[in-house]
Write a new protein. Sequence first.
Length: 90
Amino acid sequence: MCLGIPTKIVEIVDEEMAIVEVDGVKREISLLLTPDAKVGDYVIVHAGFAIQILDRTEAEDTLTIFTEMAEKIQRQRERVRKKRLTDRFN
């Protein structure tokens, strides 16, 4: 199973390649399957290929949800870590 994370195109290198960015991480991808993609578009990337252009609002909403999920997971990990430390020393 693949989790498709919206990824923003920040630069078109040539007709077939682009630079995308998500959460500060940039990488080069192929545009062979999405030749109409342009800078500013959000795409789903699989195995180094943009496979679908996304609606900007939906992509940004999805990224917000992923950020909120990651923050909740981090808070839960902190609670578990603190409980383990408390249990260890009590």
